[in-house]
Ligand binder design. Sequence first.
Ligand SMILES: [Zn+2]
Length: 433
Amino acid sequence: MNYFLPDSQDLVDPSFDFTKENRSADRVRHRDDRYAHEVFATRAFDGVLVSKAIVDGTGGAGQARYTQAQRRRLLREGVRTFFRADLHRWGPLAFMGDCGAFTYIKAETPPYTVDEVIEFYDRCGFDYGISVDHVIREFRPQWDSDLCVGSEHAAPASLRARQQLTLDLAGEFFAKIQRGRLRVVPVGIAQGWGPRSYAHATAVLQKIGYRYIALGGVVALKTPDILRCLAEIHAIRRPDTRLHLLGVTRLTQLAAFAAYGVVSFDSTSPLRQAFMDDRNNYHTLDRAYSAVRVPQVDGNFRLAARVRSGEVDQDVARAAERRCLRALAEYDAGARRRLAPVLDALRAYERIHDGRTDRTEVYREVLEAAPWKRCPCEVCKQLGHHVVLFRGAERNRRRGFHNVWTFYQRLARGLAAGPQVGDDARAPARPPS
Ligand SMILES: [Zn+2]
């Protein structure tokens, strides 16, 4: 099962000093910052999924986007050079392109022509290119019955039209790639609202000629619903047709997925849960822990606003913040055996930055277990306890990288995801800084 990590230009600055909290003055972001695949010595994913919408910056607020300079460089250099993935120490990294259809879900039709998308894939040198699609978000298996067209039990005409449009575009996409003898492997995308409609789309795509088919619109589906779709598809799937699950957040039952011909999937969940999830921020092979919130008085948007409004005294907040950082550092260094003073410091600061919640018990759990001490990954070895601090993009993103690396270890062991991992983070893709 191949795991693709969706790109949202998540990089970390190797010059960042976690004790002094400053960075090198000479740092040039695009030259010096590091992708996840440049941080770990051993493989953490098999490929990268790059969305045209993110590259073009057409996504909505909160979505990652490329700068004009990055976009030009990607088109000029191609994905492999842009991502510094040539001759990578992990061995080959595959690059898959898609349109990022969630960004235009509300539009009548996709904002790109098939020609534009093919040109994008070809110029960037993608290994795999997903056909132009229009997402169907609704999942209503009861609409699958063909007998009820026109009745309230039939899928709305607008959804049927979306599915048909996606199939028409897939036909045009496949034909043009064949005719142009392009290197990119075309991946057809199936959209549906229930098992039978997904199977219908898959059958049409196979007839067009696709042998690699992505199931779209499954982001929010529960595992049993994905399995129902796969079972229905199984009845018509050619033995040589491979499946990709596009953007799954629930990562259980991967062995069952594999049995139905799923060879790959992509997910930002392990990365995003590091800073989007309320609780499951730091993943280990068998569970997830909460990160410890020590927001920066000066860098945290919400806290800074409350300081400005006079609600929070800046000096008091800063003193409480510093006390937390000191107590945590001493605790990790082994100078303090007792956890109580650390938890007291965290609670005192929490009363200032988040009066509604008392996280003492989840903090006790993660600090007592100190899971970073047992993690062999580069991030944990370098950061120590800083990896579990919910504080600023440099820590939060590295914790996300650790989660991705850990997730890949789970995959390799056939563990997939545990019950706590993969069920919550579905928000947009930008880490808070
Ligand atoms: Zn780690």
